[in-house]
Design a protein around this ligand. Structure first.
Ligand code: SF4
Length: 308
């Protein structure tokens, strides 16, 4: 069996920064440290940090007043920031700078008096945070079909922004439908789908041309991992999301001669290496190659509290 690794795959700059923030804060300030929501959507990352003494909460009401609290990479609404202030929490914000850019763009459009269509997935923490920055003028849609039934106050005072981890192709179709129905709508096109999402989607599309089966290492609640799964699937290539090597099912590999592997932006590379080892030790992998692809060298600055 031949195994091909996608390039680029795995951790992005925003995820690496968020994990670094928690680890550096632990060293600098010690326990207890609270993190609101999973710092990034990966159980292995969360479990490893929990083992070092980090406490994960869903609501700030679970954090004792005055405690050090880190906001996850997905970002928070202004209401959450206000709640943290009211509780006297010491906050370090690990929101990815590319999510902050969406908050800023959305807030700017809303301040112009525009209704702002947020293209994204309901229930995702990034979407909940971004909606908060739209000053009550946000409307969430996820599909092309929803554009046709969308009710707006003034069709000539509209803007849109997008979640950072969407499918580029699906989002392009939704934006085209918005422009067709509301010709004066303004927005960033697909530029707010972040570089890491776009690079990984491009790489998995190439991978899908070369293999019989694709495995995406990533968590079920990871938006960008799910989008990576959909791309080979749409090309008729069987594709499975695997949270860890042990989740691999032998029946998936029956009759398969080549396996492609990629990983979502929040999946640690040791899980990919573990999967490769399993394929070598138990399933007769004879060849391992990595596709030539984009090399990412973006790094985001740490927040001021941790910069020195
Ligand atoms: S996937 Fe993109 S937006 Fe999300 S943390 Fe990574 S770089 Fe930031």
């Amino acid at each position: 069996m031949r195994v091909v690794l996608a390039e680029v795959r795995g951790f992005c700059a925003g995820v690496q920064r968020a994990i670094d923030i928690v680890e550096i804060a632990l060293k600098k300030f010690g326990s207890p440290i609270y993190v609101r929501h999973e710092i990034v959507h990966n159980r292995h990352v969360v479990d490893r940090l929990r083992a070092k003494g980090v406490q994960f909460v869903e609501e700030l009401s679970e954090v004792p007043p005055g405690s050090l609290t880190i906001f996850s990479a997905h970002g928070v609404s202004p209401e959450v920031k206000q709640e943290a202030e009211a509780r006297g929490l010491k906050v370090i914000d690990a929101t990815c700078p590319l999510v902050l850019r969406v908050h800023n763009d959305g807030g700017y459009y809303a301040a112009q008096g525009r209704e702002v269509i947020l293209i994204g997935h309901a229930g995702h923490p990034e979407v909940e945070g971004t909606l908060g920055w739209l000053k009550g003028k946000g409307r969430l849609i996820s599909t092309v079909e929803e554009v046709a039934t969308l009710r707006v106050t003034d069709p000539d005072r509209l803007a849109y922004v997008t979640q950072t981890t969407l499918s580029v192709d699906d989002t392009r179709a939704i934006i085209a439908a918005l422009h067709e129905r509301f010709p004066t709508i303004v927005g960033p096109d697909t530029k707010e789908i972040c570089y890491a999402t776009q690079n990984r989607q491009h790489a998995v599309a190439e991978l899908a041309e070369l293999v019989d089966l694709v495995l995406v290492v990533g968590a079920k609640n990871s938006s960008n991992s799910n989008r990576l799964r959909e791309i080979p699937e749409a090309r008729g290539v069987p594709t499975y999301l695997v949270e860890e090597p042990a989740a691999l099912k032998p029946e998936w590999l029956e009759g398969v001669k080549s396996v492609g592997i990629t990983a979502g932006a929040s999946a640690p590379d040791d899980l990919v290496q573990g999967l490769v080892e399993l394929l070598r030790d138990k399933y007769g992998m004879t060849e391992l190659t990595t596709l030539p692809g984009v090399k990412e060298d973006l790094h985001f600055k740490l927040p001021p509290q941790l910069a020195s």
